[in-house]
Design a protein around this ligand. Structure first.
Ligand code: LLP
Length: 457
């Protein structure tokens, strides 16, 4: 379970831990060179100087190594869950690493296709796919559409029939298992908006509906228990429930399923003391659950990791602008905040931090790393012990920010979003440029009159 960050002054603060002390939290190539942080053999001070802060840094070698680990995890197919982080260069890395891609919007789909990704290797998700998404999926020849609700079955069947195609689909089911994670990241119980619950017969009826539609071919069953899962026991239980459902389909209805896509959710370490759920361990738990109910050779197993592939590759750099000693804690204000790091505010997620520009030697002080937004919940690193010689102008690096940071960034307080750069072998390359105030003003409607019979969509 993700340890909830307790923001009361009495909470034991997280340790500040650099790459030497807590290598599991940092990119594989991160090195503390006498107080100066290097990632991909690039000094972070020079990178911050060249690109400004806040800055998202991605260690390409880290991503590629995790991709290898997933390829060798024992799964038959690995889809990268692109919602974790996506840009055209990332799409190319995913293709080069021979991973498939999971997208959950027409935006992600169009980006992937425009970057040259083979649509046949794309799986489309979403609990309310828009007509434009379903028709784009059919038009592009997306490999699999994961159907999530009754309305979608009808709509997709229509688009496929119109195009004269038979669309492969997976049916997403809710296995009725509660995930051991934050409530907002749990998706496997009966009472969630995703998929057809097995309990109550919803999933069974949906299978029969899809099986009777000539323009759809049911090739697999999908289930995703939740995200940031560190304990594999729930994953095994959920896999076993899915497999029992598949066995029931064969026995009761002679519907044979040969593919299981059991989602993502393998957790990573965010703070010292946490241990990631390794790809092989994640897949072993799934396989063990499946084997409780089915002949393992009768089904191919697909997985959809997002965070586990890109989370630890990312580090965010910030400059310290204000250090204020409060009555009980010290507030370290940085030049970003919840607009580029939403997870602490949304999920009470914990993080650690480390100075990237010099070695600090002071006494640890109970601190809060806070952003510049007009909210008390604008906290980037909840309670942390940071040395008392941390000062204005220092460069602070927050690790494990590769997943769900850039993609969940906002323009709150008219804040332009940071750039994303990749580092590898001493070279830095721009993946996404920094937003400018002019970019934000491009959307200004200037009060222009709206023609109600026109189309501004
Ligand atoms: N497959 C499906 C169907 C999903 O919904 C998700 C995540 C994944 C795969 C990938 O999960 P991962 O391996 O990255 O845990 N924004 C949140 C987490 C919500 C993720 C939603 N779906 C966060 O910041 O932690």
């Amino acid at each position: 379970m993700v340890p909830p960050a307790d923001n009361s002054p009495d909470a034991a603060p997280t340790r500040a831990a650099g790459p030497d002390e807590a290598p599991d939290i940092w990119p594989l190539t991160a090195k503390d060179m006498d107080g100066e942080l290097h990632v991909g053999s690039v000094p972070m001070t020079a990178l911050a100087q060249a690109c400004g802060t806040p800055l998202y840094v991605v260690d390409e070698a880290d991503f590629r190594e995790r991709a290898r680990q997933w390829r060798e995890s024992g799964a038959d197919r690995v889809h990268y869950a692109s919602k974790a982080f996506l840009c055209p260069e990332m799409v190319r890395w995913v293709g080069e690493e021979r991973l498939h891609l999971d997208v959950c919007s027409v935006g992600e789909l169009e980006l992937a296709v425009a970057a040259g990704f083979d649509p046949a290797h794309i799986v489309l998700h979403g609990n309310n796919k828009l007509p434009a998404e379903l028709s784009a999926a059919v038009a592009h020849g997306v490999g699999v559409v994961v159907v999530d609700c009754a309305e979608e079955i009808d709509r997709l069947a229509g688009y496929a029939a119109d195009a004269g195609r038979v669309q492969d689909v997976y049916l997403r089911i809710a296995p009725g298992v509660a995930a051991d994670t934050h409530d907002y990241m749990a998706t496997g119980s009966d009472d969630v908006k995703f998929g057809f619950p097995v309990n109550g017969g919803f999933a069974e009826r949906a299978v029969l509906t899809v099986s009777g539609i000539p323009s759809l071919r049911l090739t697999g069953i999908h289930s995703h228990l939740g995200s940031q899962i560190l304990d594999p026991s729930g994953i095994r239980r959920a896999a076993s429930r899915v497999a029992a459902f598949v066995r029931m389909l064969a026995e009761r209805h002679s519907v044979r399923i040969h593919e299981l896509d059991l989602g993502g959710g393998a957790g990573i370490a965010y703070v010292p003391g946490q241990q990631r759920l390794a790809p092989a361990e994640f897949v072993a738990a799934l396989r063990a659950g499946v084997a409780e109910e089915l002949d393992p050779a009768s089904v191919r197993l697909a997985v959809e990791p997002g965070r586990s592939l890109i989370g630890t590759a990312g580090v965010t750099l910030y400059e310290v602008g204000v250090v204020k000693q409060g009555l009980e804690r010290r507030f370290v204000s940085i030049d970003g905040g919840m607009s580029d790091a939403l997870r602490p505010a949304l999920y009470q997620a914990s993080y650690t931090a480390w100075t990237a520009n010099r070695r600090l030697t002071g006494r640890p002080v109970h601190s809060l790393v806070v952003g510049r937004h007009c909210e008390s919940g604008d906290i980037v690193v909840p309670d942390i012990a940071l040395p008392d010689d941390l000062a204005v102008g220092d460069l602070l690096a927050v690790p494990a920010t590769g997943a769900y940071h850039h993609v969940m960034a906002s323009n709150y307080n008219f804040q332009p979003r940071p750039a994303v750069v990749a580092v590898r072998d001493g070279q830095a390359r721009l993946l996404v440029r920094r937003e400018t105030p002019a970019d934000l003003l491009l959307r200004d409607g200037a009060g222009a009159a709206i023609d109600l019979s026109g189309d501004l969509r």
